[in-house]
Ligand binder design. Structure first.
Ligand code: OAD
Length: 256
């Protein structure tokens, strides 16, 4: 694929450098694809092309077969731990380092590759796959005491609280669950405040994250989309850059 002409989008982004929150970036699974982490909806290779999200990404699915779901996430965690940030992650982190405060980074990704590339503050809309939390409310906490620590749970597939039998689940947002309220509110504010909204590697199929580009555009931002394939939010784009994150971002964000 030949790379698109980036000059106008690059100029719009360069104009954000001196403005706090001038550039809001939303990333999706395609951001980490070149780090070897599968996306969800790409034909053949995406997780949801091979697995049923109702079985593997919902509370009902976890309750129906906790061991299968736990092992699936354990395998994905291993993949995340082995993966390394790619040139796209590094280009975003370098931009943030050169222009502190100019970029607000919002991600749907549950890996930690943005953080390992050097971003201290990432608004994580869909949680953290390396995190563990209780499936149900902690009984001790509800009785007024300190909550039991999931890290102390009896190991197993999945780990289980010795005191009350509560199960440990991965710290990701599943279908039917609410997004973290504070992170979502800050992401919506950042989209409303920015001059350029840069959307990288998302199909735009999952809400409310998918609505951030339109939210930004409605508040006057220019929208730049980086994706090698069409997405459901392409109609929001002022600039549609057909290419991959690792190819396009280093050129789009390079120092002048
Ligand atoms: P999807 O799998 O839906 O979309 C991935 C997008 O990345 C597609 O539009 C691809 O064309 C694009 N893509 C593939 N390779 C790329 C590359 N190298 N560079 C740039 N783009 C590339 O992933 P998301 O939109 O992130 O939820 O999916 C949203 C949510 O649905 C995920 O956060 C996940 C899933 O269920 C949770 O994990 C809670």
């Amino acid at each position: 694929m030949s790379l698109p002409d980036l000059s106008l989008a690059r100029a719009a982004i360069a104009a954000c450098r001196q403005r706090p929150g001038g550039l809001c970036v939303l990333t999706g699974a395609g951001m980490s694809a070149e780090s070897g982490i599968a996306t969800f909806r790409d034909a053949l290779t995406g997780y949801w092309a091979r697995f049923d999200p109702a079985e593997l990404a919902s509370v009902a699915g976890f309750r129906a077969d906790p061991a299968r779901v736990w092992r699936w996430y354990a395998e994905r965690r291993e993949g995340v731990r082995r993966a390394q940030p790619n040139a796209g992650h590094r280009a975003l982190a370098a931009f943030e380092a050169r222009h502190p405060g100019a970029l607000v980074l919002v991600t749907q990704n549950v890996d930690d590759l943005h953080q390992r590339a050097g971003h201290a503050a990432v608004l994580r809309l869909h949680g953290d796959i390396l995190d563990e939390q209780w499936l149900g409310p902690c009984a001790k906490r509800q009785a007024g005491g300190p909550a039991c620590d999931p890290a102390q749970a009896q190991r197993g597939d999945p780990p289980r609280c010795e005191a009350c039998g509560n199960l440990v689940r991965p710290g990701v947002v599943w279908f039917g669950e609410s997004l973290p309220i504070a992170a979502l509110a800050r992401a919506e504010q950042a989209a409303a405040d920015c001059a350029v909204m840069l959307v990288v590697g998302t199909s735009g199929a999952v809400w409310p994250a998918a609505g951030l580009a339109e939210h930004a555009a409605r508040h006057g931002a220019q929208v730049v989309i980086v994706n090698p394939a069409p997405s459901e939010i392409d109609d929001q784009a002022h600039w549609l850059l057909r290419g991959t994150a690792a190819e396009v971002l280093p050129r789009l964000l390079e120092a002048p």
